[in-house]
Write a protein that binds this ligand. Structure first.
Ligand code: ADP
Ligand code: MG
Length: 555
């Protein structure tokens, strides 16, 4: 048979040099026919099926375990991280062939008797998990953390955030790496022959052992492997298209289309809204959900901070904050970078634990319970945040990159508050109209300008029907010409009676909209009062210095 192989090679060589001999080319044809025949032989295809079964089962189980390990690796609890790290270190560091043989030989004495097929599935799954864990962890880390913070602020749980926000985006980097794994795995199942799994390579060897047709049998096996791995490549490109965020506006694919369909007919785009000048933003006071008329006369405390302390490590960031914000009041917080303004806002929404003191919103602690005269965080923080209904707007927007504008706004109402998608969508379209973005409803954030993104973020925060809105430097990341449109939206909201805590350095906005300005420095409130008092006649030297700086007025 080696002669046949040599003959085949020779005829191929001759053919390539252009001089055909009928006898040789018929030999070549015969060879090809044989390869074709073996590729369709039930014996080899059965072996291929075994390989596919092992690969699919191991990949599914390995991915599930890998996801668990990836989440464990990202845990804030060191022992959990350690266990996952050790597993990955050990499994990646030893050859799969040894792992398979070990399982095959070690399990029976322990009284566990498994078929070689099952042993192979378990072995490959355990091995795959270690690699998938690192692939998934890489994918998770590639998603901007700001989005998780935003999701948490609206009361989404860790699990919801992972499933709805992080993983769909992580899939962009996970899919190609996972396809690599799947391909290696399909081919790697050949190793299972060491524990006598009757898969494709094993069966090819059996045939060759009998008829010595190395070339044709192995060529056939190669073709079968190619078909299997090509199927994975096709699946890969489908998945990549599915998770591609650059999809055409208004033409979502796959699951997203299904979701939109389930959510009911979209409101017709209103091209006129596109040209709506920012000044014409319509926050009709009557349209802001259930906000009572303004009463900022100090009679109705809404947010109360008492002796709030917070340190990161040894660095004291907040050093005894006492602050009351009344219902319907707009409080602007100013202060140099690092003075603790963002930390204060995050504590109000319990995005971080406080160390000492307490904060109540509408008389209630957000996510704490009293225990031995002290506060202790409750278990289900996500629910506490959801119940508190505090809207939050961030400096860097934190929009969910894989969702369109309208989907961004619908997310928390649907996922956290159980609003039916069709209702949430209608509400989201109404909010979008109020920020003058009806035309952009089906656009992904990356297609919007910074100012538009921030207006979507404001609409998103309003969608949970908040009684309190927190703004953390909402215009600091914007080009100067885009600042106005965002401030206008905020001004309308203030006029509609929303209780607002706004960290901003926009002096004009503060002067015109704020009821009170609070000036912070080094974790303390240095002074506070009406805008005219603080802006025109600051008492404290640090306030004066700061205002000179932001106003760019020469000393
Ligand atoms: P501001 O918003 O006024 O600029 P921040 O509240 O963001 O100030 O931060 C106050 C200080 O706390 C800064 O020095 C910052 O470096 C520190 N800080 C903020 N967040 C963290 C964190 N998660 N871990 C450690 N330090 C932090
Ligand atoms: Mg800040």
């Amino acid at each position: 048979m080696r002669i046949a192989l040599a003959g085949l090679l020779a005829s191929a060589l001759v053919a390539s040099e252009g001089s055909f001999s009928p006898a040789r080319s018929s030999e070549l044809l015969e060879g090809l026919r044989e390869v074709f025949g073996y590729s369709l032989s039930g014996f080899l295809l059965d072996g291929a099926l075994t390989a596919i079964k092992i690969a699919v089962l191991a990949l599914v189980a390995g991915t599930a375990l890998g996801l668990l390990l990836a989440v464990m690796r990202l845990s804030s609890f060191a022992p959990v991280r350690g266990i996952a790290w050790f597993y990955i270190w050990f499994v990646r560091g030893t050859p799969i062939i040894l792992q398979l043989v070990f399982l095959y030989d070690a399990l029976p004495p322990l009284g566990i008797k498994l078929s070689s097929f099952t042993t192979a599935v378990i072995g490959f799954a355990l091995n795959e998990a270690a690699f998938m864990a690192e692939i998934i962890r890489g994918g998770i880390l590639s998603v901007d953390r700001k989005q998780s913070v935003a999701a948490a602020a609206f009361g989404m749980s860790h699990h919801q955030t992972l499933r709805r926000i992080i993983l769909p985006q992580a899939m962009r980097s996970i899919v190609p790496a996972m396809a690599n794994q799947a391909i290696s795995l399909v081919k790697g199942t050949a190793i299972a022959s060491v524990i006598f799994v009757n898969e494709l390579t094993f069966r090819s060897q059996q045939i060759v052992g009998q008829n010595f047709k190395f070339f044709t049998v192995f060529a056939a096996a190669g073709i079968i492997y190619l078909v299997m791995t090509s199927a994975i490549s096709v699946l890969q490109s489908y998945l990549e298209r599915h998770f591609n965020m650059e999809r055409e506006p208004g033409r979502p694919r796959g699951l997203a289309r299904l979701r939109l369909w389930a959510a009911g007919p979209a409101a017709a785009p209103d091209p006129a809204a596109h040209s709506t000048p920012p000044a014409a933003l319509k926050w009709a006071a009557a349209e802001v959900g259930g906000v009572p008329p303004r009463k900022p006369d100090g009679s109705d405390p809404f947010v109360v901070c008492r002796g709030v302390h917070k340190a990161y490590g040894s660095r004291e960031v907040l050093r005894g904050i006492d602050l009351t914000v009344n219902r319907g009041e707009v409080v602007v917080v100013m202060g140099p970078s690092g003075s603790g303004k963002s930390t204060l806002l995050r504590l109000v929404n319990h995005l971080e634990h406080l160390d000492r003191g307490e904060i109540t919103v509408e008389g209630k602690l957000v996510g704490y319970e009293r225990w031995n005269g002290k506060l202790r965080p409750i278990r289900n923080l996500a629910k506490a945040r959801a119940d508190a209904r505090i809207g939050m707007v961030f400096q860097h927007f934190g929009l969910f990159d894989h969702f369109t504008a309208v989907e961004n706004i619908m997310e928390a109402p649907v996922q956290v508050h159980g609003v039916p998608p069709a209702v949430a969508r209608e509400e989201a379209m109404r909010l979008l109209a109020q920020v003058g973005l009806t035309f952009h409803a089906d656009h992904l954030p990356h297609r919007l300008s910074g100012g538009q993104q921030q207006r979507v973020a404001i609409a998103r925060a309003l969608a949970i029907k908040p009684d309190l809105m927190l703004f953390d430097e909402p215009t600091s990341a914007l080009d100067p010409e885009l600042v106005g449109e965002v401030l206008t939206a905020m001004r309308r909201l203030a006029e509609a009676g929303m209780t607002m805590m706004v960290v901003t350095h926009e002096v004009r906005f503060a002067r015109e909209v704020a009821d009170r300005i609070v000036f912070m420095d080094e974790g303390q409130i240095v002074e506070q009062g009406a805008p005219s008092e603080i802006l025109d006649a600051p008492v404290h030297e640090r306030t004066q210095r700061f205002l000179r700086m932001v106003d760019r007025i020469p000393a």
